[in-house]
Design a protein around this ligand. Structure first.
Ligand code: SF4
Length: 384
């Protein structure tokens, strides 16, 4: 890789001082390591705009590491609800406890120690160490890789580990030794607002005079496009199982708004009387949506899916008296696959005794359970 010797860092820093984004986690000087940490974990896989409210609410609930460490896991996951990728919340919680036990409540100041904490990788470590502790550490993510690939006209796959390593070395040569945290944030801001994916806004960029991709007219071609392969779609059958209804005990229809992600959606759901209970169970502690609650479901669709799910429920002693026609179809996309969920209403013969991990609950009790994201979309069918 051919290094450009021109020092463009002052141009970037001057631009940052004028144009930096005002964000709720960018407060205090020096910055609080816990606040940097929480914001960086939330920002993984989630847009800045979406994170702002979650971040503010989180800080009200868990203002510092002792508060987070003392919380129950369910409470932590509930507070994360809506952000997705719940392992991030669990790791944050576990790591807060590790900080309390091993470091007396203070986030460690070395890369070696901080990356031993659950859920803290190289990028987050670099962000915390540079922004909160003023260490000369890099924080190289996709944004920074893209910006550097353009400035230095790197026409290689920036996702390859060799190229990442080269760019990380390059970032070190450009760091502002007096302001390493601001330098990392300046790169983040430039990548998020100016040197954006696709068509960069070079007219607003402080680096147009030094940018090699711009000079070569290749700014839209770099970095190389890495096409996302289509994720496989798995059919899933879901039963909203409720206890039997009769006479005045019958749930009554209500008007419904169509939630995001729903392809077919009834115009009416039900307002269930207090006596009606719904069946939920907890997913296994490991794997996808680990430990979250959900309506009974199984892989498959159509008659086969319904028959399989009935059989599974019978195995737990839950007998199904009646199953409706499909009432809803929802596609939920994960990073590696998608669920095409067909939802049915099912009525149980009775409110039978249940094994561990299964519950009959009333509508108002759903708020006390961390329902898995895909199943939250279903919940609005029966909530008042
Ligand atoms: S000149 Fe354009 S391509 Fe180059 S760093 Fe700036 S915005 Fe990115």
């Amino acid at each position: 890789m051919d290094l450009v010797t021109e020092n463009w860092t002052p141009l970037l820093m001057a631009w940052y001082d004028k144009h930096k984004r005002e964000l709720p986690w960018r407060t205090g000087s020096p910055r609080d390591p816990y606040r940097v940490w929480v914001s960086e974990i939330m920002l993984q896989q989630t847009r800045v705009e979406a994170v702002k409210t979650y971040y503010t609410d989180w800080m009200e609930h868990f203002p510092d590491i002792p508060a987070l460490a003392a919380a129950e896991e369910d409470e932590v996951v509930r507070q994360w609800q809506g952000l997705g990728y719940y392992s991030r919340a669990r790791n944050l919680h576990t790591a807060a406890r590790e900080v309390m036990e091993q470091y007396g409540g203070r986030v460690p100041e070395t890369r070696e120690e901080i990356t031993r904490l659950k859920g803290i990788g190289d990028y987050t470590a670099g962000a915390i160490l540079s922004m909160a502790y003023g260490k000369r550490e890099t924080a190289v993510d996709g944004n920074v890789l893209r910006v550097f690939a353009r400035i230095y006209s790197i026409e290689e796959n920036i996702l390859s580990s060799a190229v990442k390593k080269d760019i990380t070395e390059l970032v070190k040569t450009r760091q502002d030794p007096q302001r390493p945290g601001d330098f990392n944030e300046a790169l983040m801001d430039l990548g998020a607002t100016v040197c954006i994916p696709g068509k960069p806004r070079c007219d607003a960029c402080p680096l147009t005079e030094v940018c090699m991709a711009k000079k070569a007219g290749k700014e839209k071609d770099i970095p190389l496009r890495v096409t996302n392969k289509e994720v496989p779609v798995e059919p899933v059958t879901v039963f909203v199982v409720r206890t039997a209804d009769s006479g005045s005990n019958k749930p009554v229809p209500q008007k419904l708004a169509t939630p995001a992600g729903a392809r077919r959606w009834p115009t009416e759901g039900w307002v269930a009387p207090d006596s009606v209970r719904y069946l939920i169970h907890r997913r296994p502690e490991k794997g996808l949506l680990a430990g979250m609650w959900e309506f009974p479901s199984c892989p498959g669709e159509g008659k086969d899916g319904k028959a399989t799910l009935k059989k599974i429920l019978a195995g737990f002693g839950i007998k199904i008296k009646r199953v409706s026609r499909p009432i809803q179809e929802i596609r939920h996309v994960f990073s590696h696959k998608a669920w095409q969920m067909t939802v049915y209403e099912a009525v149980a013969e009775d409110e039978c005794a249940l094994p561990a991990g299964w519950r009959w609950i009333a509508v108002e009790e759903f708020k006390d359970y961390n329902l898995a994201g895909p199943h939250n979309k279903i919940l609005s069918l029966i909530q008042r």
